[in-house]
Design a protein around this ligand. Structure first.
Ligand code: SF4
Length: 185
């Protein structure tokens, strides 16, 4: 990816038509991204309720070591966050809306990148909610290129990655922060 393409990606990330805005971003080498079996193992506790529910979450998403190798085979990564303001500590609706907005951001961004001839893999936060009912495990994913995998589900230690890249993992009281990652060949 050349400097002009990087500029195009950064410009698209600031597109006014996106459902929320990028808070911070950092370019990094895919081989620097920290993966761990421990992070992946946390999914099995099913605290988010998405374990075994879609092709974008474990176990359907695949072996974490293969996912790590796939990541490391790319030449450039962009990590970005969106920051969302909550009304109070119990603003569950606000948290759910923030998660939805972040997912919609990734989908709209995916379309924008494609329209500009830029191909990449997009990883997001949380499970895939694209279809009303996921085909997992009975049939293949309906939209494999749009089923953005969760970073944690792939075994990425997002907290460590944020520290490495100088991005804030937590943006303070009454906010929620979501991470995404783009991988370029
Ligand atoms: S796109 Fe649809 S079928 Fe594929 S993982 Fe997401 S919800 Fe499941």
């Amino acid at each position: 990816m050349n400097a002009q393409q990087k500029q195009t990606v950064e410009k698209l990330l600031q597109d006014a038509g996106l459902p929320c805005s990028v808070h911070e971003l950092a370019w990094t080498q895919p081989q620097e991204i920290p993966f761990s079996e421990g992070v992946r193992g946390m999914c099995a506790a099913n605290r988010c309720g998405m374990y075994g529910k879609s092709w974008a979450c474990p176990p359907g998403v695949g072996d974490w070591q293969l996912l790590r190798d796939e990541c490391y085979a790319h030449s450039l990564a962009l990590i970005f966050t969106t920051k969302h303001v909550l009304e109070d500590d119990f603003d569950i609706e606000g948290m759910q809306q923030a998660a939805q907005d972040h997912k919609q951001f990734n989908r709209t961004l995916s379309d924008l990148l494609e329209a500009n001839g830029i191909s990449c893999l997009i990883y997001g936060a949380g499970g895939c909610t694209l279809c009303a009912a996921c085909t997992y495990p009975d049939a293949p994913c309906r939209y494999p290129s749009r089923a953005h995998r969760s970073m944690e589900a792939c075994g990425i230690d997002v907290g460590a990655l944020a520290r490495q890249c100088g991005l804030k993992y937590n943006n303070g009281p009454l906010t929620v922060t979501y991470f995404s990652m783009l991988l370029f060949a």
